[in-house]
Write a protein that binds this ligand. Structure first.
Ligand SMILES: [Fe+2]
Ligand SMILES: [Fe+2]
Length: 149
């Protein structure tokens, strides 16, 4: 059973963002599997993959929010920076701590990312969908970027 399960209340109903969020959840589960195996190198590699995936997702999401002039963009970006900093700090700690301590160090990663989706990303879902419905012409490249809702 995966450590972190997807649930429908995480859906922003913006196809591309939801797809990226699901990939993030998969990466969190891979980090937990690697921690359970107790192999430091594979754990660090899984952590690197998660960080890269999260970083790319945040760049994409901020681009989307910039395109619609989302009022909370700066606050949202600050939340992303906090998460990336926290992930990077844990990555550094994982290099030195005992393998037995790794699982407790990463224990809150999933809830933390999921909380961001549930409380912060869901906030902009209606604005993006409204923009698509009312403002974006049918052939607007933005529609291609986020997927038609
Ligand atoms: Fe997100
Ligand atoms: Fe976000």
């Amino acid at each position: 059973m995966p450590h972190l399960a997807w649930s429908d209340d995480l859906d922003t109903r913006i196809p591309e963002l939801d797809a990226q969020h699901r990939v993030m959840v998969d990466h969190v589960n891979r980090v937990h599997e690697a921690a359970a195996d107790g192999e430091r190198e594979s754990l660090l590699a899984a952590m690197d993959d998660l960080i890269e995936c999260v970083r790319k997702h945040f760049v994409f999401e901020e681009k989307v929010l910039g395109m619609i002039d989302f009022a909370g963009l700066e606050e949202h970006r600050a939340g992303h920076e906090d998460i990336l900093r926290g992930l990077q700090e844990r990555r550094e700690q994982l290099e030195t701590i005992a393998a037995t301590e790794a699982e407790s160090l990463i224990d809150n990663l999933g809830p933390w990312l999921v909380d961001h989706i549930r409380h912060d990303d869901l906030d902009f879902g209606p604005t993006v969908r409204e923009w698509l419905r009312d403002a974006a012409p049918p052939d607007d490249p933005f529609r291609k970027l986020v997927g038609d809702t």
